[in-house]
Design a protein around this ligand. Structure first.
Ligand code: NAD
Length: 370
């Protein structure tokens, strides 16, 4: 039996409550399928600050580096609003992304049939939607230098950010997108602004060249990022995989995710480069939502984003495709049965808390796996 090393960082607020549901899946899969998960747990965000005065300790960073995959809950809350900037809760998340070199952020936008009428768009536009946004996460305008505000000396200041991409950064993110497309509907749409940005011209050239050299079996389209935003709300089902830079990806993935309803439904994965020796990628899986201080401690948070993040972990870190498919199907079935947490409640449905939702999905998962 192979050992699968998971490092769990529940974090703050509802992160603790939703991670508790994932622990049940890990235990059940070990017990019933001999899955071989070995878990360690650490502190991140406000909880780490309270314990160590840092947003994540060096010891926990080492454990994150040594794990096959990190599962991350959520960080933050009013208690830590006034802690020094470099030890604020989010610093723990940014440190993990940076030190693990997680350059590819994957955000699926899946519209479960049972929730199609909860979207702000018409049901026929979102029903059955299943797209994946691949966002470059460690480069571009959020990191380029110079990044500063300078005093022009005439009563004016100038704010400067620098959008910068090198060939290798575009090659590796587009390779991730093409490879994922091969496991889905085999279509990639690359989005940039080559009409007004030099980095967009290079992005377009490198994606095209990478496609030609290694992935010509995948259908490739290009779209200007502003038109892409418009198309995402006009007819999102035209897309399969979208690949884009850090800035556009930040916005486009938020647009795409909101097509599907509540924040409590949205998982994500962040992947690094494959290790040349083992072929394994560093990876972290986390819900898109934050620590939800307004509902923390009440047992009412929706655990689906966290559980679906675990499904992504099964798929991308452990190649457990059948188990990931089954877990996603279990989530869909439970929603079909009319079981809902408060954030996705609908008329005629049965409202449950975090634990009951987790238990219902686990029971369905085990039933489908039998
Ligand atoms: P949030 O995502 O925590 O909450 C926004 C709203 O959505 C709230 O009304 C919340 O109750 C609801 N919500 C979120 N997740 C839910 C779930 N699983 N089930 C039911 N309802 C859910 O965002 P916020 O309120 O802007 O931020 C709260 C704290 O979280 C802040 O400290 C912020 O900095 C932090 N934050 C952390 C992350 C992260 O850890 N990745 C992401 C975003 C925000």
């Amino acid at each position: 039996m192979s050992v699968r090393k998971l490092f769990l960082l529940p974090g703050d607020g509802i992160g603790k409550e939703t991670m508790a549901e994932v622990r049940k899946f890990i235990a059940a899969m070990n017990e019933k399928f001999n899955a071989g998960f070995e878990t360690e747990e650490g502190l991140v965000g406000g909880s780490a600050y309270d314990a160590h005065g840092a947003a994540i300790s060096e010891e926990d960073m080492e454990k994150a580096q040594a794990a096959d995959a990190v599962l991350f809950g959520a960080v933050g809350g009013p208690k830590w609003d006034s802690v020094p900037y470099d030890v604020r809760p989010e610093a723990g998340l940014l440190r993990l992304r940076k030190d693990l070199a997680l350059f590819a952020n994957l955000r699926p936008a899946i519209c479960y049939p049972a929730l199609a009428n909860a979207s702000s768009l018409k049901q026929e536009i979102v029903e059955g939607l299943d797209i994946l946004i691949v966002r470059e996460l460690t480069g571009g305008v959020y990191f380029g230098s110079p990044k500063e505000i300078i005093d022009l000396g005439n009563g004016q200041k100038r704010g400067i950010d620098t959008q910068v991409y090198d060939t290798f950064e575009i090659e590796r993110i587009s390779a991730v997108a093409f490879e994922l497309a091969r496991t889905r509907n085999n279509k990639v749409c690359s989005m940039e602004k080559r009409n007004v940005m030099k980095s967009g011209v290079l992005w377009n050239e490198v994606v095209t060249a990478t496609h030609k050299a290694r992935y010509s079996d995948v259908q490739l389209d290009h779209m200007l990022a502003d038109a892409g935003g418009m198309q995402l709300v006009r007819w999102p089902k035209q897309f399969d995989v979208i690949v884009t830079d850090n800035l556009f990806g930040d916005m486009l993935s938020d647009i795409a995710s909101m097509l599907t309803g509540s924040l409590g439904m949205l998982p994500s994965a962040s992947l690094g480069a494959p290790d040349p020796k083992t072929g394994k990628r560093k990876a972290m899986y986390e819900p898109v939502h934050g620590s939800a201080p307004d509902i923390a401690g009440q047992g009412i948070a929706n655990p689906i984003a966290m559980i679906a993040s675990f499904a992504m972990c099964l798929r991308y870190s452990f190649n457990m495709i059948k188990e990931a498919d089954t877990l996603e199907k279990a989530i869909a079935n439970v929603l079909d049965q009319g079981i809902r947490t408060g954030d996705i409640m609908a008329e005629g449905a049965r409202q449950v808390g975090t634990t009951e939702m987790g238990d219902a999905i686990l029971a369905e998962f085990l039933k489908l796996s039998a």
